[in-house]
Design a protein. Structure first.
Length: 278
């Protein structure tokens, strides 16, 4: 690996961030059965080709990096946020996921499509041929050896490797609860910047585009708002009045509902594959 002037071990920071705020590794990070149960339950709730609202603008940025008539590997497609639009712009698509429920769910939409291949395996363990493009969006949360995962993306992409990751900032009222009232808050423990710096230390000078997005929460009552928006307080006790005061400046009432809007971002990291020297 190229010698980097940065002495920080960003993979170690990533691995530390996999632990919770008490220093414990969450069960879903290491227990495949629990992870499968999560995806099984999630898929049962989905309607026909249901995807997340923010996926569309993120894909519009991603598609700029995909050449015409490309073959593409998608890592961890989940419920198809990017799978469905990807299929419209690539010639061949290989979907790699460690969840049987994910594979089963997506298979129903592509049962007669000979240009889609399903690979039931973790990215780290999948045996794959090179494709023009390798893409993964919000799919790295269980990957411990991230340098190895990134190098595999670089090795299997012949034209472009693409990473998408939604990021902060945290809902702004939590910053108020931290800075004004002194509560301990569950700030994010991992972020795209670690991946970008890992790539840099591997000798990959990737592009990174930040896309500004908006998240909207709707509540039927203020009690529901306060309950939902106090879950990231780590402190053992807190004053409900402080939560109400912190939220007041950020919520509105619209059509009989309580609305909380806040800005967040997506990072789209991409690079032309390079030769790496160990």
């Amino acid at each position: 690996m190229n010698k980097s002037p940065l002495r920080i071990d960003f993979e170690a920071l990533w691995q530390e961030g996999m632990h919770d705020w008490h220093g414990q590794m969450p069960d879903r990070m290491v227990n495949d059965a629990l992870e499968e149960a999560f995806w099984s339950q999630s898929m049962r709730k989905k309607t026909f080709k249901q995807t997340d609202a923010h996926a569309k603008p993120i894909f519009e940025v991603i598609r700029k990096h995909i050449p015409k008539n490309a073959s593409c590997i998608e890592i961890g497609p989940g419920w198809g946020n990017y799978t469905f639009p990807l299929r419209d712009v690539v010639q061949k698509l290989t979907l790699v996921d460690g969840s049987e429920s994910v594979i089963r769910y997506l298979s129903q939409y592509f049962s007669e499509d000979s240009q889609i291949e399903f690979v039931h395996a973790k990215w780290e363990e999948a045996n794959l041929q090179p494709h023009d493009v390798v893409i993964g969006v919000n799919c790295f949360y269980r990957m411990y050896e991230m340098n190895r995962a990134l190098k595999k993306m670089n090795a299997l992409a012949t034209k472009r490797a693409i990473i998408g990751m939604t990021t902060g900032p945290i809902q702004p009222h939590y910053v108020v609860l931290d800075e004004k009232y002194g509560y301990d808050i569950k700030y994010p423990r991992r972020d795209y910047i670690e991946l970008l710096n890992m790539l840099y230390q591997l000798g990959i000078y990737a592009d990174c585009e930040m896309l500004k997005l908006e998240r909207v929460y709707e509540y039927e009552s203020y009690d529901a708002l306060y309950a939902a928006q106090s879950k990231k307080i780590l402190s053992l006790t807190f004053d409900q009045q402080h939560v109400e005061e912190a939220l007041a400046q950020f919520v509105t009432e619209e059509n009989g509902k309580i609305i909380y809007r806040h800005t967040f971002y997506a990072a789209i990291i991409s690079w032309e594959p390079v030769s790496l020297y160990e």
